[in-house]
Design a binder for this molecule. Sequence first.
Ligand code: NDP
Length: 312
Amino acid sequence: MSILIDLQDRNWMKDSDLKQLISSDLPGIPIYCGEPNKKLPSIVMAIVIKNLDQNTLRKLPNLRLIQKVGAGVENMISNCNLPKHIKVCRMSSEIQAKEMAEYCLAEVLAYQRNIREYFNNQSLKIWKQRQPSIVKEKSVSILGLGLIGMEIAQTLKNFGFTVFGWSKTAKAQSNFTNYTGIDGLITVVSNADYVISVLPETQETKDLLSLNILRKFKPGSVLINVGRGSVINEEDLLHVLSEGILSGATLDVFQQEPLPNEHPFWTHPKIVITPHVSGWNVEDAIETIPLNYYKLIKNEPLLFEIDQKRGY
Ligand code: NDP
């Protein structure tokens, strides 16, 4: 019973490097790398970043588990040709959650202190002072309170911001106020100076932030998206930026990645773009791979298995 690694993302990690990382915990288990060029009936687990296309799936007749390296699994869940008996698992990395919290704090502070304006003014030799915003007078709403959202919320709370949270199910144990449902969403977006989305892509979250909700944002607020691009209706975002409802947006994720050359976001004066880098390192979560392999073989409950109906 063997394993296939088919990451198709050499920029992040080569298949052979991941093989080296996990081999010592999987002694004697054959690990194949790259897209298979023939049927491989021994493969029971495939490790991927993006997805497995139909052609590859056909070559893995005994596949039982797709293990995503990372957190977002929308490509696998929306693949309606995925046979029901194939399970999907993701990773959950504390290192990555901390990185994403750092990114969000850095962005919020850049707005608080007008850093980008000074950067632009320097190139024009403009000496113009602006009063900084006061942290304790500002509030931040976090959409999505999983491992990452909770880390972001806690980091901003510790820094002195008022924090609100929004999730699908109510959170009993948190030291900030959190909400659920559409009414709750409207409450958190209309009360926040910064709204940070770290929602997964599901049927329910696609286009969630479209005109009717974006127009409920607090005037002059800022939207930061580190979850998934499909959560925001990109055309509607441009509308509310031009209407002045939002004063800015920082986007790490997009409906289409890489962001196409001709996309209006690239040159928009109120949009900051980063190329899906807010969370990068997941080395603390790599052990999920060997652990899940042995759990699969022993028919034990898997770590971080996706509820395919819920979509995350
Ligand atoms: P989790 O699955 O742990 O958390 C998801 C959160 O979203 C939960 O709090 C969940 O609510 C909430 N949620 C899901 N659907 C809804 C809904 N319909 N309404 C309200 N809340 C909802 O995920 P993680 O925190 O680990 O990761 C979140 C996402 O971040 C990933 O799915 C991925 O897309 C993205 N990501 C981006 C990275 C980047 O570099 N930009 C890196 C890593 C992840 P509940 O708690 O009630 O279940």
